[in-house]
Write a protein that binds this ligand. Structure first.
Ligand code: SF4
Length: 487
């Protein structure tokens, strides 16, 4: 069997920034996309003749979703062994891809990032380490009533439906989406969840999830919204939905937008993973949600072969800002059964974060989190910016690699006579130097140029050469890195 392989990442080691030698997964390089998100509307030839009034109808999109391997084989290329393997998986985890979302796939690219997210892979049958679990976050163990997870003091998560418009192959809640169908009416479990929230005054923020709550029948969605709105201690209702990404046509329906807005406390938590998912259609529904007064935040999942390179991630985040979606979380992919091939090292996530902070607008930078096993919850991860510390000061590193003494409180410095004199980071802690600057710093070069143009301009702390102002210690560069950071 030759399964479709996900490109192996070059693993970054701590303190290293190896060049990524893989082919870029950015759309521009794929030959499929040639514009910045939101890119053009797309339709694969199979649906070219569908009239616009049907194509833009969410019911038509749902009814015509690709739901079987038999349909898949008419649209994409597979080897016989792959077909046999994914045929077995089909019975274990639901498959549904609306024609709109399917049309974002480049059919000629077996490693296409939209395809990887939505089309079954033989790799889903692997669990080499046994580390991947059905319920990796132990949500069911923190469930006081069926369907509700109460983990953090002031938040509760409600699983309201097993249905999604598209079944993501890496989904953490595969176990919740396994049920076929879905109960249309209000069940005793729905009432128990609402009752629990009503009785638990510490809960201020309710995440209405699933599955995808925007696949619920309107009456049932209204039940949740009306009841949660009426609970005084609930300040925030978060709707966790991938519909703006996978089936935006559902939100072309103004009645649904009005229903969501009527609950007054609603925030939309959506889930874009790749810049190609940012389309005119998704931009349109985000605009409608914002216009109706609902903030739109994004969760992405770090996925091998989909968005685990800096270029793709930056393009995604910038595209989200362009349509006014706030990047909120970047999740490390959870160890869920069947998703092992999507998981990267944590170092890969940190390498990407290193390339974001300081290099692009802070409003576009999500918090990178590991959702920890045993129900430990979200743990934020970031590169180390605190390099060293003493009683009266710390040494911080900025995005350029500049090392800076920072004195948080107004205290007298150490006496120059105190102890032996040292160099490097330790000299910063002794207080006779205030910064170590890498040579060739672009920002300092800019200051120097301004000084030349305008001799009255004060360049401030100066650059990294030995003629710089007092307090600046030039830092030798070794192979493009600080000598100190290698030492
Ligand atoms: S939309 Fe959300 S719940 Fe549904 S399959 Fe994707 S990640 Fe899972």
């Amino acid at each position: 069997m030759t399964p479709a392989r996900v490109k192996r990442p070059v693993e970054a080691k701590p303190g290293m920034a190896e060049p990524d030698t893989r082919p870029s997964t950015t759309p521009a390089a794929s030959g499929f996309d040639d514009d910045e998100p939101p890119s053009r509307s797309r339709r694969l030839p199979a649906w070219q003749d569908v009239p616009d009034h049907l194509w833009t109808d969410w019911r038509w999109q749902t009814q015509n979703s690709v739901r079987s391997v038999r349909q898949l084989r008419t649209l994409l290329t597979f080897s016989p062994a792959e077909l046999e393997a994914i045929g077995r998986i089909e019975s274990e985890y639901k498959l549904a891809i609306p024609p709109y979302y399917f049309s974002l796939i480049d059919p000629d690219d077996p490693f296409d990032p939209i395809r990887l997210q939505s089309v079954p892979s033989p790799l889903e049958a692997q669990n080499q380490s046994g580390y991947e679990l059905e319920d990796p976050l132990e949500e069911d163990k923190d469930s006081p009533v069926p369907g509700l997870t109460h983990r953090y003091p002031d938040r509760a998560l409600l699983i309201t439906t097993p249905n999604c418009s598209m079944y993501c192959r890496y989904c953490t809640r595969k176990r919740a989406t396994l049920t076929r169908g879905g109960w249309e009416g209000i069940s005793a479990d729905d009432e128990r969840m609402i009752d629990y929230v009503r009785r638990t005054e510490s809960i201020r923020d309710v995440i209405v999830s699933g599955g995808d709550p925007l696949t619920l029948p309107v009456g049932k969605l209204r039940y949740y919204l009306d009841n949660l709105k009426a609970i005084d201690h609930v300040d925030v209702i978060r709707i966790g939905t991938r519909v703006p990404v996978t089936l935006p046509q559902r939100l072309f329906d103004q009645e649904l937008i009005d229903l969501l807005a009527s609950a007054e406390k609603v925030y939309i938590q959506t889930h874009f993973n790749h810049p190609r998912e940012i389309t005119p259609e998704s931009a349109r529904v985000v605009k409608a949600l914002l216009k109706a007064g609902m903030p739109v935040n994004n969760h992405s999942v770090l996925l091998k072969g989909v968005n685990d390179d800096l270029g793709t991630m930056r393009e995604l985040l910038r595209g989200l800002l362009r349509i006014k979606v706030r990047p909120y979380y970047l999740f490390h992919c959870d160890p869920v059964t069947g998703a092992g091939h999507f998981r990267t090292s944590v170092w890969k996530g940190l390498e990407i974060m290193e390339g974001l902070r300081g290099h692009m607008s802070g409003i576009g930078i999500p918090t990178y989190v590991v959702d920890s096993p045993h129900g430990g919850g979200k743990i934020p991860m970031m590169p180390n910016y605190l390099v060293s510390m003493a009683d009266d000061a710390v040494v911080l590193r900025n995005y350029e690699g500049m090392l800076i003494r920072y004195q948080a409180e107004d205290k007298p410095g150490l006496s120059p006579a105190a102890g032996p004199r040292t160099r490097g980071v330790s000299a910063l802690l002794q207080g006779d130097k205030t910064q170590l600057m890498p040579e060739g710093n672009e920002r300092m070069e800019r200051r120097r140029r301004m000084e030349v143009l305008d001799p009255g301009y004060e360049a401030g702390c100066g650059g990294g050469d030995s003629d710089g102002p007092p307090g600046v210690l030039p830092l030798p560069v070794m192979n493009g890195r600080h000598a100190a950071s290698n030492g």
